[in-house]
Design a protein around this ligand. Structure first.
Ligand code: SF4
Length: 578
């Protein structure tokens, strides 16, 4: 990965490509790369959908190698949803293929005049940017099917559906999985809208004729990877819970803990939780001929995903993740897995973030558009996005916009981005992460649910504000570093609980680059990324006031624990003082 592809979509006479040496960005991958380029090259006050914004796509530093779990791709830009810096990553095949093609990043710059739609094809022979208006208005599933007919089985695809073309603020970028389904999404922050603003409908990546990236020390690399995989397999979360039941194994856990936001964050327990939990979902998937265990990219050994079929045995969607099952399920009072699976499919097909869309539907229910628990009504609302109606465009812009348009006071967002499936009052550590993350409310930015609820990576009372800031800080630092390797974040459970697994990862990185790596190096990398992101957001106009939860979380106790969020403002202001 020694080169960067820049595509000037706004060049005179049509898009122009140039390939540059990686230069000052050498050694960076994933979030470190996207953040470095965006923070240095994008004006923080630019309009996110304008020509000055850039869309940066970067495989992780270990992507394209034989390292297990290394297939996450990062997409960065100034977010149209939050107005701050954004990094959103996804699984699928794109990272591995792009890395093998030798690109450390693709940077989409400028903005074309007119309404032509483009596709970008990259293989070992070079890069072709071409107009293809036959792709207009296609959603992700039919789009990928059409492209597959042209580019064959081998290619990986990154695409936008109708939501990206409409530049909706919750629009995602879909990445195809090993079966070439557009099921893995850079969902958060509206990256799909930025791709749509650049009029790029699809990026097609083909690594035919290319090999895996070779490590500097192959023997040490193999040995470290073996120890790393052993560590993943022996940990109860990554070795048992996630492969058997997927991330939705968390539904019963969070519900039991009284931290499962129900009916737009009204209560912490959902009466229908047992009907949509991972255990039931997995049983149904197997019974209907789908699968309860599936990897989103080759080289994943945890395999937290699955395949969801309908009652007649026909494919509906990939296994909806815990956060999706919650967003369209308990958050909306819906306890029907078939309804939730249909909503997951619609989100993937139109290309919108399942969390912000589910949260928007919850806010619409709060506004009285349909009642809580109305599954068919929720499907009708999300279908409006695909039709491009004014209501659909509002919902497709996420919970914050929906709340403003319909006059709703209780809107669960930070920096304009919807919260996930953990109530910040009964999991105070995640409240700190939601409030202070550079990304807006983002549970993955510092997954305090581990120590607060799962007792992984520590053990901290979720209802007590003490110690939450320090824990969230450390997790945010570690996460920023992990997001740079291309590693799936689920490796964090064994990394935090098993020192030998953490050492195996350090050894693997060291053997790949031929330079020893220490835990201090990882911490320094994480801090440097967060510093760049904080600095960008400050220059974009963010202040302490943006590092706060909506007031109702401080005022409205949530049953069953009847607690409010009590971490002090001055403590929140210390998250980034290290
Ligand atoms: S554990 Fe799940 S999210 Fe992570 S790489 Fe595997 S299938 Fe993808």
């Amino acid at each position: 990965m020694d080169k960067i592809l820049r595509v000037d979509m706004g060049a005179e006479g049509g898009p122009k490509t140039r390939i540059e040496p990686v230069g000052e960005f050498a050694g960076l991958g994933g979030r470190a790369m996207t953040t470095a380029i965006v923070s240095r090259e994008v004006h923080p006050l630019c309009h996110p959908l304008g020509a000055e914004n850039k869309l940066v796509i970067a495989p992780g530093s270990l992507s394209g190698t034989a390292a297990s779990m290394s297939g996450r791709i990062s997409v960065g830009c100034k977010s149209p949803l939050t107005g701050g810096i954004k990094e959103s990553n996804a699984g699928g095949q794109a990272a591995q293929v792009l890395a093998r093609l030798g690109y450390a990043a693709i940077v989409l710059e400028g903005k074309p005049e007119g309404d032509d739609l483009y596709k970008i094809f990259i293989n070992k022979d070079g890069v072709q940017v071409s107009v293809d208006n036959s792709l207009k208005n296609l959603n992700n599933y039919p789009l990928v099917e059409k492209l597959q007919g042209q580019y064959g089985e081998r290619a990986a695809f990154m695409t936008i559906g109708i939501a990206g073309e409409m530049k909706l603020l919750a629009a995602s970028i879909a990445c195809t999985d090993p079966e070439k389904r557009p099921t893995r999404h850079c969902g958060r922050g509206g990256t799909g809208a930025v791709m749509g603003a650049k009029r790029v409908k699809a990026i097609i990546l083909d690594d035919a004729g290319l090999k895996m990236r070779p490590p500097k020390d192959p023997e040490k690399f193999r040995d470290a990877n073996r120890r790393f995989v052993e560590g993943l397999r022996k940990h109860p979360i990554t070795g048992e819970g996630l492969p058997a039941y997927g991330t939705n194994v968390l539904t019963n856990v969070l519900n039991e803990a009284g931290a499962y936001p129900t009916n737009n964050f009204r209560t912490g327990r959902f009466g229908g939780a047992a009907r949509i939990a991972g255990e039931v979902q997995a049983e149904l998937e197997v019974k209907r001929g789908g699968s309860a265990t599936h990897g989103c990219h080759r080289g994943c050994v945890i395999q937290c995903s699955g395949i969801y079929h309908d009652k007649d045995g026909n494919y509906v969607t990939k296994q909806p993740e815990y956060e999706t099952v919650w967003a369209h399920g308990g958050n909306c009072g819906i306890d029907d897995l078939d309804v939730i699976a249909r909503l997951d499919y619609l989100d993937d097909n139109f290309g919108v973030d399942t969390m912000d869309t589910g949260a928007a539907v919850g806010v619409a229910m709060e506004a009285g558009l349909i009642p809580f628990g109305d599954g068919p009504g929720a499907i009708r609302l999300v279908e409006e996005i695909g039709k491009g109606t004014p209501l659909g465009r509002i919902l497709g812009c996420g919970a914050a916009v929906t709340g403003k348009v319909f006059g709703v006071e209780r809107v669960p967002v930070c920096k304009g981005q919807a919260m996930a499936a953990y109530d910040p009052r009964s999991v105070m550590g995640i409240g700190v992460t939601y409030a202070t993350s550079t990304q807006g409310a983002d549970h993955t930015a510092g997954y305090s649910v581990g120590p607060n609820i799962l007792k992984s990576g520590g053990n901290l009372d979720p209802l007590n504000p003490e110690g939450q800031v320090e824990m969230s800080r450390n997790l945010q630092i570690a996460t920023a570093a992990v997001d740079s390797t291309g590693m799936c974040l689920f490796i964090a459970f064994p990394l935090l609980d098993q020192p030998d697994t953490f050492q195996a990862l350090l050894d693997m990185i060291g053997a790949f680059h031929g330079v020893p790596v220490t835990g201090d190096d990882v911490t320094a990398l994480g801090k440097s990324i967060l510093k760049m992101e904080r600095d960008f957001n400050t220059r974009a106009g963010f202040s302490k006031a943006d590092d706060r939860l909506p007031r109702f979380f401080l005022q409205e106790p949530i049953p069953p624990h009847n607690v409010t969020f009590t971490v002090k403002d001055e403590d929140l202001d210390n998250v980034f003082n290290w």
